[in-house]
Design a protein around this ligand. Structure first.
Ligand code: DC
Length: 677
């Protein structure tokens, strides 16, 4: 997951390959609650790991369910099965509507005293229609903030009061289908000898989500009949029973981004199209009908029981005019696909967008305009006309409103024909449903190598370049290349192979360098199966590296390995010749220096803190000798690139240097600086 302040996507050119999607949020949280209400233990497979399922799991534990999360994406829940929940309890539900609504209804019918709250945005998301329906039944629920919104208190300390179940329970269906889902999942708890009828007032929106609810209820032993999606009857004597094992389908809304990529992006390197694993054309999720909309715009989609395959068809895409009531979440993806269509696309009947994680109509309109599109918005529609010409596209920093779907769908703008980068602010908001979304994107997307940004940080030994480069990489979410480590490893491998490091063995060391079995994992360096992280850090290993690095054939043999680090979304590389030889086209080159006295002092403190003994004078002599050697060698001698920015950091802290490098980097970006939200 990228937890940086922003993530810059370089212009993307093509895409191909396979992605495995995480489990659906709506299915995950429904299954968790149903398991919690059931008798017996349920093993839930392929559960989505996300913010919303996290708050649900924590809440279930709080009310007394046994939750075993030791199995990765397989979680075991032992349900209450008729037991009273643990109470009183204060339950925090973040921004998870799929937890807040159903838990409110279920806890109101289970009895006990509960306070349910969330993040500030959750307190702006309506729940009044559900509370009205529950109060109509006889439940005692108080608002702790504004009327009609969380936080709220369920005050059933003396148990559940007698409920008025003989008359149909009426609930509005035109605001959020989650209210009806909440009642459908809670009321079986109250079904004794009589059946229970729920009547929807007004038109029912997001009907496919209700279909998911009914399908899952059936898996847990609850039969609900409905008449035309207006009147739902829960059979008398209904009892929740665990199905034992249950698998969570991948999220069909998450699939929409990759379906869109397949429709937008050119094929790459002989591979054709995008294959999606985890969800297929037979999905129980309503958003699978996004496929029809994508086809209408030009995508060629085929699929089977658990997979989809997408290729580019009509290009440019065709504009559509569509009622999106049946695919509210995935329809956001259509709004961004509209940027690649000929003509104006209109998405209608999307009023529910206004009460989601953010006001999604306003958010989409604002951000699409930043990219150069012409957008008209209404109470329940959005109309998007793409930039008239390639030159009308603009590089934009996309604000994401703590809304995972805004972040994910705007990543598609990186395929723009103008070759402009796109900045996604607060990329970690995708954690709500798809924590590794950007990793999945980078696994199929391709950019021209020259467009993948590289920041080079060169300089003499102990100049602080390694620490600075690693920190800059972390702040930008970029990959990191410590090229010195590669020379250190080569020297170590040579010595282990019994080769003295000299010109006589140059050819053999070069051969060895070409197939170096090196891996960089979580800050560790592995040579073959051996962890050599500490072994290569000694002064002696540095000297050996310096000697090996003076052999021209060895340097040449290591070029490809170093180039292979230049991958999406970008690279920060530190060394001696990053800017001069390895990445001469890098847009930012920094040459970091510090006085010899200062560098000796830093190295001294570093060694002492690791428990080594050292003498400052020896260290200074060593590093001056190494600098002299690195600067005087015939190939790639240590020197600033002509276009490098030289920074003497003798009197600066690491943080100051990092800020300076980031400021230089920001100056090169086409995005206007905006406040982070
Ligand atoms: O940065 P370092 O101390 O880990 O590097 C060890 C040696 O490797 C250094 O003395 C010279 C050599 N080197 C090089 O020649 N070119 C690079 N890009 C990086 C390191």
């Amino acid at each position: 997951m990228y937890s940086t302040a922003f993530l810059d996507l370089p212009p993307l050119q093509a895409a191909a390959g396979e992605v495995h999607l995480p489990g659906s949020k709506s299915i995950s949280n429904r299954v968790l609650l149903l398991a919690a209400l059931s008798s017996g233990t349920t093993t839930v497979h392929d559960l989505l790991a996300s913010d919303d399922t996290r708050v649900m799991l924590d809440a279930l534990r709080q009310i007394g369910c046994m939750v075993d999360e030791t199995g990765g994406s397989t979680v075991r829940i032992t349900g209450l099965g008729g037991r009273a929940p643990q109470s009183p309890a204060k339950i925090f539900l973040g921004n998870a509507g799929t937890a807040m609504r159903p838990l409110t209804a279920a806890l109101a019918l289970l009895g006990g005293e509960f306070e349910l709250s969330g993040v500030p945005r959750m307190h702006e998301r309506p729940i009044g229609d559900l509370v009205d329906a529950l109060r109509q039944l006889g439940c005692r629920i108080d608002y702790l903030g504004n009327d009609g919104y969380p936080p709220l208190r369920i005050a059933h300390a003396q148990g559940v009061p007698a409920l008025a179940l003989s008359a149909p329970i009426r609930v509005r269906g035109d605001m959020s289908s989650q209210f009806l889902t909440a009642l459908l999942m809670a009321l079986p708890l109250a079904a004794g000898t009589q059946s229970i009828v729920i009547e929807v007032v007004g038109e029912l929106i997001s009907r496919p989500y209700i279909a998911i609810t009914l399908q899952l209820l059936a898996r847990f032993g609850i039969v609900v009949e409905h008449q035309n999606w207006q009147r739902f009857t829960i059979a008398a004597g209904s009892r929740y029973q665990s199905p034992g094992d249950i698998h969570v389908e991948a999220d069909a809304s998450s699939a929409s981004y990759f379906i869109a990529i397949g429709a937008i992006a050119a094929s790459a390197g002989g591979q054709k199209g995008i294959k999606i694993q985890g969800v297929g054309l037979d999905s129980i999720q309503g958003d699978i009908r996004f496929v029809e909309a994508a086809r209408a715009m030009g995508a060629v989609v085929t699929g089977g029981p658990n997979w989809l395959q997408i290729e580019r068809g009509a290009w440019p895409l065709q504009a559509i005019d569509l009622d999106c009531n049946h695919i509210p979440d995935a329809a956001m993806t259509l709004a961004v696909m509209a940027l690649y269509a000929k003509g104006t696309t209109t998405l209608r009947n999307i009023a529910s967008w206004r009460v989601k994680e953010t006001d999604r109509i306003a958010a989409m309109a604002t951000e699409l305009r930043k990219l150069g599109a012409t957008v008209e918005e209404g109470a329940d529609f959005i109309r998007v006309t793409p930039p008239a010409q390639t030159t009308d596209w603009q590089a934009a920093s996309i604000h994401t409103y703590d809304d995972h779907r805004v972040a994910m769908c705007f990543s598609l703008a990186a395929f723009n024909p103008a070759g402009l980068p796109v900045r996604i602010e607060d990329p970690k908001c995708v954690a709500k449903t798809f924590p590794d979304y950007f990793e999945a994107l980078f696994s199929v997307a391709q950019a021209e190598t020259a467009r993948i940004p590289v920041i080079c940080i060169d300089g003499p030994t102990a100049s602080g370049k390694g620490t600075v480069a690693a920190a800059v990489a972390q702040r930008l979410g970029y990959r990191f290349l410590d090229s010195g480590a590669i020379y250190r490893i080569t020297a170590l491998a040579a010595l282990r192979a019994g080769l003295a490091i000299d010109a006589d063995h140059e050819a053999r060391i070069a051969t060895l360098a070409q197939t170096l079995p090196v891996r960089f994992e979580d800050g560790r360096v592995l040579l073959g199966g051996d962890d050599v992280t500490d072994t290569i850090r000694t002064e002696e290993a540095g000297m050996n590296a310096s000697r090996v690095s003076a052999l021209p054939t060895v340097r040449k043999a290591l070029v490809n390995l170093q180039h292979s680090f230049r991958r999406l979304p970008g690279l920060v590389a530190d060394g001696r010749d990053m800017g001069t030889v390895i990445f001469p086209d890098a847009p930012l080159k920094v040459y970091l220096t510090a006085s010899a006295a200062c560098r000796a002092d830093r190295r001294y403190k570093q060694l002492i803190s690791k428990g080594f003994s050292a003498s400052i004078d020896d260290l200074r002599a060593d590093l001056e000798a190494r600098d002299a050697k690195d600067s005087s060698r015939s190939v790639a001698p240590l020197k600033p690139a002509q276009d490098a920015l030289v920074l003497d950091n003798s009197t600066l802290t690491i943080d100051e240097v990092v800020e300076q490098v980031l400021a230089w980097w920001q100056e090169l970006q086409p995005f206007a600086v905006t406040a982070q939200g």
